[in-house]
Design a protein around this ligand. Structure first.
Ligand code: 1AL
Ligand code: ZN
Ligand code: ZN
Length: 511
C-alpha cells in the first residue's frame, strides 16, 4: 500500500550522529534506504502530496537494534526450543531489526558451507527482521572456514570449554592456531566462548570433566551460589590469556570475546588492546541487569554460561562500557523447552544454560542504565552502531544516516510495562524478566522503510515476514557516504533544492 510512496519519519528526539536531536528522515520507497536526514523537524507541508509523514515527537526515533548474538536453533530437533519465525518476531517486538544467528544448537551446526545452505534454506520466508549467520569453528573444520567466509558468514564462534551440545565440540590450542592460520588474511571475525578450565581445577578429579559443571559442585545443586562457584572468574581469565597468547598467529585478524561476564578480564583486555592486539568484547543484558544475590535457589531461568555474577561485578561491566573497553551489548538469546530448563525449581547443574531475552534488551538496558546515568544515545551505540560494526554491517545497518537501511525503532522511554507471556514472542515463554516491570517500550519497528510492528496494531501479518538474509561480504562504515543535511546551517536556496530533491528525485540514491 505504501510501497510507491515516499515515507518521512520525524521526531523532536532522534538519535543521529551520536546525538539526541530533532530530525526528519526521508526514505526511498523503492530501496527502503534513507535518502536524506535533516536535523530539524520539517512541517508536513514541506513534502509533496502523497508523502507518508509521521511525526513521533517526543518519542525517540532511533536506529533499529542489531542483536549480534542469538541462537535460533533451526533446523533440526532443537527447533522446538526456538525457530526463525518466533525468534525474529520477538526481535521485531523489541525494536531489533537485525539478528545474527550463532552456529550451534541447530542440527547440523554451521560448520560447513553445506550446513550453512541448509540453515539458509530453513530461514527463507520465515524472518520478520534481517538475519545474518555466523559460522562455527570445531576441531578439524579449518579447511571449511575460508569457504564459509566466501558464502557470507559474518564471523565465527568457537568454544574453549564444553558447549553443552555434542555436535559442537570445544577447540584445543592447536585447533585455534589452525583456525587463525586459515583466517589470517580474511575479512572476518573470530569469536570465543571464553571459559576454559585452568590447570589447577584438574586436581579436583574426574568430576571436573563433567560437561556443563566443570568444577565439582560444592553445596546444594539447587543453590545458585553452588553453580556460581563452579564457574569462577578464573575460567574466563584463563581463556582470555590463551586467546591473547594465540593472537600473534594472525595479527590482522579481529578477535572477539562473546558474553564477557567476569570483571577480572577487563585489565587483561585493556592491556592486550594497548599492546595492539585486535580484540574486542561484548557483554549481555543479563550480566548488566541481573545479579547473583537476587537469584533464588532453584530458579534455573537464570542459568547461563558464563554465569551471572554479583552486583559489584555488574557495576564493573557498566564502567567498562562507559569507558569504551567493552563495546557491545547483546542478548545471547539461547532458549530451550520448560522441561529442559527445569522451570519450577531445579538443579542448576542439570538445567540448560541459556537465557531468553531477544526483544526485551532495550527496555532492560534503559531500566537499569538510567539509574546509572546512562542515556539512550549510549545505549543505541552499544546495541546498534557498535554491534553493526562487529558483524561487518556498518555502512548499511546500525545508524540513521544517508545510504543506510531505514531500520527504525520508535521508543517511548516514559512508559513502563510488565513482562508477561504476551510480551514474550519467543517460542518458549521462559525468561528471568517475567513479571518484572521494565521502563521504556517499543512503539513501532520499521524494517527497510516498512512498518513491521506497532504496539497498537501488532505485527503486519498481511505483509508477513519481510526479513532478508544477510549473506553479502562484511563491509566497513566508510563504504557508504553518510551525509547529514542541517537545514539551519544552509541557505534558503539549499533548503528549497533539498526539498525539491526529496520530493521529486527520490529514486536517485546517493551512491
Ligand atoms: N549452546 C549454547 O547456546 N550456549 C550458550 N549458552 C549460554 N550462554 O549459557 C552460549 O552462547 O554459550
Ligand atoms: Zn557461548
Ligand atoms: Zn550464545
Amino acid at each position: 500500500m505504501e510501497s510507491s510512496q515516499t515515507t518521512v519519519l520525524a521526531s523532536s528526539n532522534a538519535i543521529v550522529n551520536g546525538k539526541l536531536t530533532p530530525a526528519t528522515i526521508i526514505i526511498s520507497p523503492s530501496t527502503g534506504k534513507i535518502i536524506n536526514v535533516y536535523t530539524e523537524l520539517l512541517p508536513e507541508n514541506s513534502f509533496p502530496a502523497g508523502t507518508v509523514c509521521k511525526d513521533y515527537s517526543p518519542k525517540v526515533l532511533m536506529p533499529g537494534l542489531v542483536d549480534a548474538h542469538v541462537h535460533l536453533n533451526e533446523p533440526g530437533w532443537r527447533t522446538e526450543w526456538e525457530g526463525f519465525e518466533t525468534g525474529t518476531r520477538a526481535a521485531a517486538f523489541g525494536g531489533v531489526t537485525t539478528v545474527v544467528d550463532m552456529p550451534l544448537n541447530a542440527i547440523p551446526p554451521t560448520t560447513t558451507v553445506e550446513n550453512l545452505n541448509l540453515k539458509v534454506n530453513a530461514a527463507r520466508g520465515q524472518c520478520w527482521v534481517d538475519v545474518g549467520f555466523y559460522g562455527g569453528v570445531i576441531p578439524g573444520n579449518d579447511g571449511d572456514l575460508k569457504d564459509l567466509v566466501r558464502e557470507g558468514v559474518r564471523g565465527f564462534k568457537c568454544f574453549l570449554i564444553d558447549s553443552g551440545v555434542e555436535e559442537f565440540p570445544a577447540v584445543s590450542t592447536e585447533d585455534i592456531a589452525k583456525a587463525m592460520t586459515a583466517l589470517k588474511d580474511e575479512d572476518t571475525l573470530l569469536m570465543f566462548h571464553a571459559e576454559k578450565l585452568p590447570p589447577i581445577s584438574l586436581s579436583v578429579g574426574d568430576a571436573v570433566l563433567h560437561g556443563d559443571a566443570p568444577l565439582a559442585p560444592a553445596g546444594p545443586l539447587e543453590s545458585y551460589s553452588t553453580f556460581l562457584a563452579s564457574r569462577p572468574p578464573a575460567f574466563e581469565t584463563y581463556a582470555l590469556a590463551e586467546i591473547v597468547n594465540s593472537a600473534p598467529v594472525a595479527p590482522n585478524l579481529p578477535l572477539h570475546i562473546v558474553h564477557l561476564s567476569a570483571v577480572q578480564c577487563l585489565p587483561m583486555l585493556k592491556e592486550a588492546q594497548e599492546k595492539g592486539v585486535k580484540i574486542t568484547a561484548e557483554t549481555c543484558f543479563h550480566y548488566l541487569a541481573l545479579a547473583a544475590e537476587d537469584i533464588k535457589d532453584g530458579d534455573t531461568r537464570h542459568k547461563c554460561c558464563p554465569p551471572i555474577r554479583e552486583k559489584a561485578n555488574s557495576d564493573g561491566l557498566w564502567d567498562a562500557l562507559k569507558d569504551g573497553l567493552i563495546t557491545t551489548v547483546v542478548s545471547d538469546h539461547s532458549p530451550c523447552t520448560p522441561n529442559l530448563k527445569l522451570v519450577g525449581g531445579g538443579d542448576f547443574f542439570q538445567a540448560w544454560g541459556g537465557i531468553s531475552t531477544v526483544g526485551l534488551g532495550l527496555s532492560v538496558l534503559w531500566t537499569e542504565g538510567k539509574k546509572r546515568g546512562v542515556d539512550l544515545v549510549q545505549i543505541s551505540k552499544w546495541t546498534s552502531e557498535e554491534t553493526a560494526r562487529q558483524v561487518g554491517l556498518l555502512g548499511r545497518k546500525g545508524k540513521i544516516a544517508v545510504g543506510y537501511d531505514a531500520d527504525i525503532c520508535i521508543f517511548d522511554p516514559e512508559t513502563s510495562f510488565k513482562v508477561t507471556t504476551s510480551e514474550m514472542h519467543f517460542k518458549n515463554k521462559i525468561t528471568p524478566y517475567e513479571d518484572k516491570v521494565l521502563d521504556g517500550i517499543v512503539c513501532e519497528t520499521w524494517l527497510r522503510g516498512k512498518q513491521i510492528y506497532s504496539k497498537d496494531v501488532g505485527f503486519d501479518e498481511a505483509a508477513g515476514p519481510l526479513g532478508a538474509l544477510l549473506l553479502e561480504k562484511r563491509q566497513q562504515e566508510n563504504e557508504t557516504v553518510a551525509i547529514t543535511t542541517t537545514l539551519s546551517d544552509s541557505s534558503e536556496d539549499l533548503k528549497t533544492s533539498s526539498l525539491n530533491a526529496a520530493g521529486t528525485v527520490l529514486e536517485v540514491l546517493p551512491n
